[in-house]
Design a protein around this ligand. Sequence first.
Ligand code: NAD
Length: 271
Amino acid sequence: MNTEMEIKKAANILANAKRTVASCGAGISAESGIATFRDPGGVWEKLNPAEVGTAGGLLNTLTNNPHKLMPFFIELLETFQNAEPNPAHLALGELERMGILQTVVTQNIDNLHIEAGNTDVIEVHGNGFRIRCISCGGSERLQRKQIIKDTLKKVREIKEFTLETIASLLPPCRNCLAPTRPDVVMFGEMVKDIPQAFDAARKCDVLLAIGTSGTVYPAAHLPFHAKESGAKIIVVNPNENAFSAVSDIYIPMKAGAAMDEIIKAIRRLMH
Ligand code: NAD
Protein backbone atom coordinates (compact mmCIF):
# COMPACT_ATOMS: atom_id res chain seq x y z
CA MET A 1 0.00 0.00 0.00
CA ASN A 2 1.31 3.41 -0.99
CA THR A 3 0.21 6.07 1.52
CA GLU A 4 0.80 8.93 -0.93
CA MET A 5 -1.53 7.25 -3.42
CA GLU A 6 -4.13 6.66 -0.71
CA ILE A 7 -4.05 10.37 0.17
CA LYS A 8 -4.56 11.31 -3.49
CA LYS A 9 -7.45 8.86 -3.75
CA ALA A 10 -8.99 10.21 -0.53
CA ALA A 11 -8.71 13.77 -1.83
CA ASN A 12 -10.35 12.77 -5.09
CA ILE A 13 -13.24 11.05 -3.32
CA LEU A 14 -13.75 14.02 -0.97
CA ALA A 15 -13.54 16.62 -3.77
CA ASN A 16 -16.40 14.81 -5.54
CA ALA A 17 -18.49 14.06 -2.43
CA LYS A 18 -22.02 15.40 -2.05
CA ARG A 19 -22.32 14.76 1.70
CA THR A 20 -19.42 13.92 3.99
CA VAL A 21 -19.50 12.96 7.65
CA ALA A 22 -16.43 12.77 9.89
CA SER A 23 -16.64 10.25 12.72
CA CYS A 24 -13.91 11.08 15.23
CA GLY A 25 -12.46 9.45 18.33
CA ALA A 26 -9.92 10.37 20.98
CA GLY A 27 -7.03 9.98 18.47
CA ILE A 28 -7.89 13.20 16.64
CA SER A 29 -7.16 15.17 19.82
CA ALA A 30 -3.96 13.28 20.73
CA GLU A 31 -1.85 15.89 18.91
CA SER A 32 -3.58 18.61 20.96
CA GLY A 33 -1.92 17.01 23.99
CA ILE A 34 -5.00 15.12 25.21
CA ALA A 35 -4.00 11.49 25.57
CA THR A 36 -6.36 8.76 24.39
CA PHE A 37 -7.71 6.50 27.13
CA ARG A 38 -6.89 3.12 25.65
CA ASP A 39 -3.45 3.64 24.15
CA PRO A 40 -0.32 2.80 26.24
CA GLY A 41 0.01 5.30 29.11
CA GLY A 42 -3.69 6.20 28.86
CA VAL A 43 -6.04 6.84 31.77
CA TRP A 44 -7.21 3.24 32.06
CA GLU A 45 -3.67 2.15 32.97
CA LYS A 46 -3.75 4.56 35.95
CA LEU A 47 -7.34 4.46 37.14
CA ASN A 48 -9.97 1.81 37.55
CA PRO A 49 -12.96 2.57 35.27
CA ALA A 50 -15.29 1.16 37.95
CA GLU A 51 -14.04 3.82 40.42
CA VAL A 52 -14.21 6.84 38.13
CA GLY A 53 -15.99 5.89 34.90
CA THR A 54 -19.49 5.34 36.28
CA ALA A 55 -21.58 8.00 38.04
CA GLY A 56 -22.04 5.72 41.10
CA GLY A 57 -18.37 4.73 41.26
CA LEU A 58 -17.24 8.33 40.94
CA LEU A 59 -19.63 9.53 43.65
CA ASN A 60 -18.45 6.73 45.93
CA THR A 61 -14.76 7.52 45.34
CA LEU A 62 -15.33 11.27 45.79
CA THR A 63 -17.17 10.59 49.06
CA ASN A 64 -14.78 8.06 50.55
CA ASN A 65 -11.44 8.76 48.96
CA PRO A 66 -11.37 12.24 47.34
CA HIS A 67 -7.61 12.57 47.76
CA LYS A 68 -7.09 9.69 45.37
CA LEU A 69 -8.89 11.52 42.58
CA MET A 70 -8.16 15.20 42.98
CA PRO A 71 -4.57 15.11 41.61
CA PHE A 72 -5.93 13.27 38.57
CA PHE A 73 -8.68 15.86 38.04
CA ILE A 74 -6.23 18.74 38.40
CA GLU A 75 -3.91 17.13 35.83
CA LEU A 76 -6.89 16.59 33.51
CA LEU A 77 -7.99 20.23 33.85
CA GLU A 78 -4.46 21.46 33.11
CA THR A 79 -4.30 19.21 30.02
CA PHE A 80 -7.61 20.57 28.70
CA GLN A 81 -6.55 24.13 29.56
CA ASN A 82 -3.45 23.88 27.38
CA ALA A 83 -5.16 22.14 24.46
CA GLU A 84 -5.83 23.92 21.17
CA PRO A 85 -7.41 22.60 17.96
CA ASN A 86 -4.63 20.85 15.99
CA PRO A 87 -4.18 20.62 12.18
CA ALA A 88 -6.67 17.73 11.98
CA HIS A 89 -9.45 19.69 13.72
CA LEU A 90 -8.61 22.73 11.59
CA ALA A 91 -8.72 20.62 8.42
CA LEU A 92 -12.26 19.51 9.27
CA GLY A 93 -13.23 23.17 9.75
CA GLU A 94 -11.68 23.90 6.35
CA LEU A 95 -13.50 20.97 4.70
CA GLU A 96 -16.77 22.43 5.99
CA ARG A 97 -15.91 25.88 4.59
CA MET A 98 -15.06 24.22 1.24
CA GLY A 99 -18.61 22.81 1.21
CA ILE A 100 -17.32 19.21 1.38
CA LEU A 101 -18.05 18.26 5.02
CA GLN A 102 -21.49 18.67 6.55
CA THR A 103 -21.38 16.92 9.95
CA VAL A 104 -18.84 15.89 12.56
CA VAL A 105 -19.87 13.07 14.88
CA THR A 106 -17.40 12.98 17.75
CA GLN A 107 -16.84 10.80 20.77
CA ASN A 108 -14.67 13.56 22.23
CA ILE A 109 -15.81 15.86 24.98
CA ASP A 110 -13.09 18.50 24.52
CA ASN A 111 -15.01 21.12 22.44
CA LEU A 112 -12.13 21.33 19.93
CA HIS A 113 -14.25 20.61 16.81
CA ILE A 114 -16.49 23.57 17.61
CA GLU A 115 -13.45 25.76 18.28
CA ALA A 116 -12.01 24.69 14.91
CA GLY A 117 -15.08 26.09 13.18
CA ASN A 118 -17.35 23.10 12.54
CA THR A 119 -20.98 24.10 13.00
CA ASP A 120 -22.83 20.77 12.93
CA VAL A 121 -21.08 18.75 15.65
CA ILE A 122 -22.87 15.77 17.18
CA GLU A 123 -21.20 15.07 20.53
CA VAL A 124 -22.34 11.54 21.32
CA HIS A 125 -20.43 11.41 24.63
CA GLY A 126 -21.36 14.97 25.61
CA ASN A 127 -19.20 18.02 26.20
CA GLY A 128 -16.96 18.56 29.24
CA PHE A 129 -17.52 22.30 29.06
CA ARG A 130 -21.30 22.17 29.21
CA ILE A 131 -22.92 21.76 32.61
CA ARG A 132 -26.20 19.97 33.30
CA CYS A 133 -28.42 20.59 36.33
CA ILE A 134 -28.85 17.45 38.44
CA SER A 135 -32.34 18.67 39.42
CA CYS A 136 -34.11 20.30 36.43
CA GLY A 137 -31.83 18.92 33.68
CA GLY A 138 -31.21 22.38 32.17
CA SER A 139 -27.84 22.76 30.48
CA GLU A 140 -25.47 25.63 29.86
CA ARG A 141 -22.39 25.86 27.64
CA LEU A 142 -19.33 27.39 29.35
CA GLN A 143 -16.28 29.05 27.90
CA ARG A 144 -13.61 26.30 28.05
CA LYS A 145 -10.51 28.24 29.09
CA GLN A 146 -12.39 30.54 31.48
CA ILE A 147 -14.20 27.76 33.37
CA ILE A 148 -10.95 25.77 33.70
CA LYS A 149 -9.14 28.85 35.02
CA ASP A 150 -11.94 29.52 37.55
CA THR A 151 -12.12 25.85 38.59
CA LEU A 152 -8.35 25.50 39.05
CA LYS A 153 -8.32 28.67 41.18
CA LYS A 154 -11.13 27.30 43.38
CA VAL A 155 -9.49 23.84 43.63
CA ARG A 156 -6.25 25.41 44.89
CA GLU A 157 -8.16 27.30 47.58
CA ILE A 158 -9.98 24.24 48.92
CA LYS A 159 -8.59 23.23 52.33
CA GLU A 160 -10.39 19.91 52.59
CA PHE A 161 -11.82 17.87 49.73
CA THR A 162 -15.34 16.74 50.59
CA LEU A 163 -18.29 15.99 48.34
CA GLU A 164 -19.68 19.47 49.16
CA THR A 165 -16.48 21.39 48.40
CA ILE A 166 -15.98 19.39 45.19
CA ALA A 167 -19.63 19.93 44.10
CA SER A 168 -19.19 23.69 44.65
CA LEU A 169 -16.49 23.83 41.96
CA LEU A 170 -19.06 24.07 39.17
CA PRO A 171 -21.51 26.98 38.86
CA PRO A 172 -25.03 26.21 40.12
CA CYS A 173 -27.96 25.87 37.71
CA ARG A 174 -29.05 29.24 36.28
CA ASN A 175 -32.72 28.25 36.45
CA CYS A 176 -33.12 26.54 39.82
CA LEU A 177 -29.73 27.04 41.55
CA ALA A 178 -29.33 23.28 42.13
CA PRO A 179 -25.83 21.74 41.73
CA THR A 180 -24.66 20.87 38.23
CA ARG A 181 -22.39 18.23 36.72
CA PRO A 182 -20.32 18.14 33.53
CA ASP A 183 -22.62 17.06 30.69
CA VAL A 184 -20.53 14.03 29.72
CA VAL A 185 -21.64 10.46 29.23
CA MET A 186 -20.25 8.07 31.83
CA PHE A 187 -20.23 4.26 31.57
CA GLY A 188 -23.78 2.97 31.94
CA GLU A 189 -25.37 6.28 30.87
CA MET A 190 -27.27 6.95 27.66
CA VAL A 191 -25.18 8.19 24.76
CA LYS A 192 -26.51 11.37 23.14
CA ASP A 193 -28.07 12.20 19.77
CA ILE A 194 -27.51 8.72 18.37
CA PRO A 195 -30.51 8.88 15.94
CA GLN A 196 -29.04 12.10 14.45
CA ALA A 197 -25.56 10.51 14.20
CA PHE A 198 -26.88 7.39 12.44
CA ASP A 199 -29.09 9.51 10.18
CA ALA A 200 -26.02 11.53 9.11
CA ALA A 201 -24.06 8.29 8.49
CA ARG A 202 -26.92 6.83 6.45
CA LYS A 203 -27.25 9.93 4.25
CA CYS A 204 -23.58 10.60 3.52
CA ASP A 205 -21.68 9.36 0.50
CA VAL A 206 -18.27 9.61 2.25
CA LEU A 207 -17.44 8.89 5.88
CA LEU A 208 -14.06 9.85 7.29
CA ALA A 209 -13.22 7.81 10.42
CA ILE A 210 -10.41 9.63 12.22
CA GLY A 211 -8.58 8.55 15.38
CA THR A 212 -11.10 6.02 16.54
CA SER A 213 -10.31 2.43 17.49
CA GLY A 214 -13.82 1.17 16.74
CA THR A 215 -14.25 -0.43 20.14
CA VAL A 216 -16.63 2.05 21.80
CA TYR A 217 -20.22 1.38 20.77
CA PRO A 218 -22.60 2.58 19.40
CA ALA A 219 -20.30 5.18 17.76
CA ALA A 220 -18.08 2.35 16.46
CA HIS A 221 -20.96 1.16 14.28
CA LEU A 222 -21.19 4.42 12.27
CA PRO A 223 -18.67 3.46 9.52
CA PHE A 224 -20.41 0.08 9.11
CA HIS A 225 -23.79 1.79 8.89
CA ALA A 226 -22.51 4.29 6.33
CA LYS A 227 -20.92 1.49 4.28
CA GLU A 228 -24.19 -0.48 4.26
CA SER A 229 -25.88 2.66 2.93
CA GLY A 230 -23.41 2.89 0.06
CA ALA A 231 -20.83 5.39 1.37
CA LYS A 232 -17.09 5.24 0.78
CA ILE A 233 -15.10 4.91 4.01
CA ILE A 234 -11.76 6.68 4.55
CA VAL A 235 -9.91 5.65 7.73
CA VAL A 236 -7.12 7.73 9.31
CA ASN A 237 -5.37 6.01 12.20
CA PRO A 238 -1.67 5.20 12.74
CA ASN A 239 -2.63 1.97 14.52
CA GLU A 240 -4.66 -1.13 13.86
CA ASN A 241 -8.39 -0.53 14.26
CA ALA A 242 -11.72 -2.27 13.78
CA PHE A 243 -12.55 -0.81 10.36
CA SER A 244 -10.31 -2.82 8.01
CA ALA A 245 -13.31 -4.77 6.65
CA VAL A 246 -15.16 -1.62 5.55
CA SER A 247 -12.43 0.86 4.66
CA ASP A 248 -12.03 1.85 0.99
CA ILE A 249 -9.00 3.99 1.84
CA TYR A 250 -6.73 3.46 4.84
CA ILE A 251 -4.19 6.14 5.75
CA PRO A 252 -1.89 4.80 8.50
CA MET A 253 -0.74 8.21 9.71
CA LYS A 254 -1.35 10.56 12.62
CA ALA A 255 -4.45 12.66 12.06
CA GLY A 256 -2.71 16.06 11.87
CA ALA A 257 -0.28 15.21 9.07
CA ALA A 258 -2.78 13.04 7.18
CA MET A 259 -5.55 15.66 7.16
CA ASP A 260 -3.09 18.39 6.23
CA GLU A 261 -1.95 16.35 3.22
CA ILE A 262 -5.53 15.60 2.21
CA ILE A 263 -6.49 19.30 2.29
CA LYS A 264 -3.43 20.22 0.19
CA ALA A 265 -4.30 17.48 -2.35
CA ILE A 266 -7.93 18.69 -2.56
CA ARG A 267 -6.74 22.27 -3.15
CA ARG A 268 -4.48 21.04 -5.97
CA LEU A 269 -7.47 19.25 -7.55
CA MET A 270 -9.65 22.34 -7.29
CA HIS A 271 -7.19 24.79 -8.84
P1 NAD B 1 -10.72 5.29 20.94
O1 NAD B 1 -11.30 3.97 21.19
O2 NAD B 1 -11.39 6.07 19.88
O3 NAD B 1 -9.13 5.07 20.60
C1 NAD B 1 -8.26 6.06 20.20
C2 NAD B 1 -7.74 5.77 18.79
O4 NAD B 1 -6.95 6.87 18.37
C3 NAD B 1 -6.86 4.53 18.68
O5 NAD B 1 -7.34 3.71 17.65
C4 NAD B 1 -5.47 5.08 18.33
O6 NAD B 1 -4.77 4.23 17.43
C5 NAD B 1 -5.84 6.36 17.64
N1 NAD B 1 -4.80 7.40 17.65
C6 NAD B 1 -3.88 7.64 18.62
N2 NAD B 1 -3.12 8.72 18.27
C7 NAD B 1 -3.60 9.16 17.08
C8 NAD B 1 -3.26 10.25 16.21
N3 NAD B 1 -2.27 11.10 16.51
N4 NAD B 1 -3.97 10.39 15.06
C9 NAD B 1 -4.97 9.54 14.74
N5 NAD B 1 -5.33 8.50 15.52
C10 NAD B 1 -4.66 8.32 16.68
O7 NAD B 1 -10.74 6.18 22.17
P2 NAD B 1 -10.27 5.91 23.70
O8 NAD B 1 -8.95 6.55 23.89
O9 NAD B 1 -10.39 4.49 24.04
O10 NAD B 1 -11.36 6.73 24.52
C11 NAD B 1 -12.64 6.21 24.77
C12 NAD B 1 -13.64 7.31 24.95
O11 NAD B 1 -13.18 8.22 25.96
C13 NAD B 1 -13.78 8.15 23.72
O12 NAD B 1 -14.73 7.61 22.87
C14 NAD B 1 -14.15 9.51 24.32
O13 NAD B 1 -15.51 9.55 24.61
C15 NAD B 1 -13.41 9.57 25.61
N6 NAD B 1 -12.16 10.35 25.47
C16 NAD B 1 -12.25 11.64 25.02
C17 NAD B 1 -11.10 12.38 24.86
C18 NAD B 1 -11.24 13.80 24.36
O14 NAD B 1 -12.28 14.43 24.54
N7 NAD B 1 -10.22 14.34 23.69
C19 NAD B 1 -9.86 11.83 25.14
C20 NAD B 1 -9.79 10.50 25.61
C21 NAD B 1 -10.97 9.78 25.75
